[in-house]
Design a protein around this ligand. Structure first.
Ligand code: NAD
Ligand code: UDP
Length: 321
């Protein structure tokens, strides 16, 4: 059978690995690409024996050559956690700009449809709430987070330019905070950070006064939204996220209940330019994709906690930062 072939960049990461599973399940042949800078082959090793799965170790900021046909490209390669992109700022800028340029060129050559992973960070520290796709954002270009935010804003611009100028088929997903199994325990994002602290018997570190908000989407819902967007005919950006908003302080209390630990909450300085509020307006996704999230935070967090509980003691103690 002649399967459709999809290239997934960032495939050894959290979202990329779940996308590999989804596309394999849906009957595609998957070419997974990653340079493992923040990802881990463990996330995809269960696919290695399959004939419809190939792994290619490559940095997409360098010229990307793929032999054979390609029907779809999903560009998910990029550091995604604030501590990662603060540690590797230049690579972050390069993968969003040079990497995206390379993949758009590849899409043009192969006549493939390309979906790029953008982010709620294009809205920066938003002055409008909730954020809909027509909001232009409030980003500090020269602040420490600017390396990620501006790379992603450039990524959107060059993608639209390829769409308008070269007529290639493009899709842009603006992903809001997503969580689930296979997040890296020590990647510094709030969910692995809090669960890791609870499992190690440490206090939970809330940054600032904890009144900043986030809205967390379970990975299965995110993957379904991305899949629907790829197969839609809509080329403007679409927010995919869960609108259920919570303060970080209340979220820490939820994790203490979930993990049944006696840990306390301790307060640490708020990182520079940390957005004060974030909640997706998903009207467009509902209308165009007939998509909305189904998994409640309580359910998704239980699944995620079980995953982290299953990690070895060594993995639990490993702290990169
Ligand atoms: P992740 O760090 O788990 O995965 C990113 C993957 O990209 C890693 O496997 C890493 O090794 C790989 N990578 C990075 N630079 C590369 C390069 N130059 N060449 C090849 N591979 C490279 O992060 P994630 O949470 O899975 O995020 C995936 C994508 O989704 C990113 O583009 C991110 O910006 C976007 N996103 C994620 C979220 C979220 O909540 N998880 C929110 C908004 C946007
Ligand atoms: N945060 C926190 N304690 C931590 C890690 C993060 O209070 O140990 C806060 C962080 O300051 C931010 C929120 O949790 O306000 C979400 O952070 P994350 O890094 O997960 O994602 P992002 O800021 O990119 O939304």
């Amino acid at each position: 059978m002649n399967k459709k072939r999809v290239l997934i960049t960032g495939a050894a990461g959290f979202l990329g690995s779940h996308l590999c599973d989804k596309f394999i399940d849906e009957g595609f042949s998957v070419l997974a690409m990653d340079n493992l800078i923040t990802g881990d082959l463990k996330n995809i090793e269960h696919l290695f024996k399959r004939e419809d799965f190939e792994f290619y170790h490559h940095d997409v900021s360098k010229f990307v050559h793929v032999a054979g046909k390609l029907d779809y490209i999903l560009h998910f390669a990029s550091p995604a956690s604030p501590i990662d992109y603060l540690k590797i700022p230049i690579q972050t800028l390069k993968v969003g700009s040079l990497g995206t340029h390379n993949l758009l060129g590849l899409a043009k050559e192969k006549n493939a449809r390309i979906l790029i992973a953008s982010t709620s960070e294009v809205y920066g520290d938003p002055l409008e709430h909730p954020q809909n796709e027509d909001y232009y954002g409030n980003v500090n270009t020269i602040g420490p987070r600017g390396v990620y935010d501006e790379a992603k804003r450039f990524q959107e611009s060059i993608t639209m330019a390829y769409h308008r100028f070269h007529g290639i088929e493009t899709r842009i997903v603006r992903i809001f905070n997503t969580y689930g199994p296979r997040m890296r325990l020590n990647d510094g994002r709030v969910i692995p950070a809090f669960i890791g602290q609870a499992l190690r018997g440490e206090d939970l570190t809330v940054f600032g006064n904890g009144l900043q908000t986030r809205s967390f989407c379970f990975v299965d819902d995110q993957v379904e939204g991305i899949y629907k967007l790829l197969f839609s005919d809509y080329s403007n950006p679409v927010n995919i996220g869960n609108p259920h908003e919570i303060t970080i302080k209340d979220f820490a209390e939820e994790i203490i209940k979930l993990t049944q630990t006696n840990q306390k909450v301790v307060y640490r300085p708020l990182p520079k330019d940390d957005p004060m509020q974030r909640q997706p307006d998903i009207t467009r996704a509902k209308e165009i994709l007939n998509w909305e999230p189904k998994v409640k935070r309580s359910e998704g967090m239980k699944i995620t906690y079980e995953y982290f509980k299953g990690l070895s003691k060594e993995e639990l103690q490993k702290k990169e930062h």
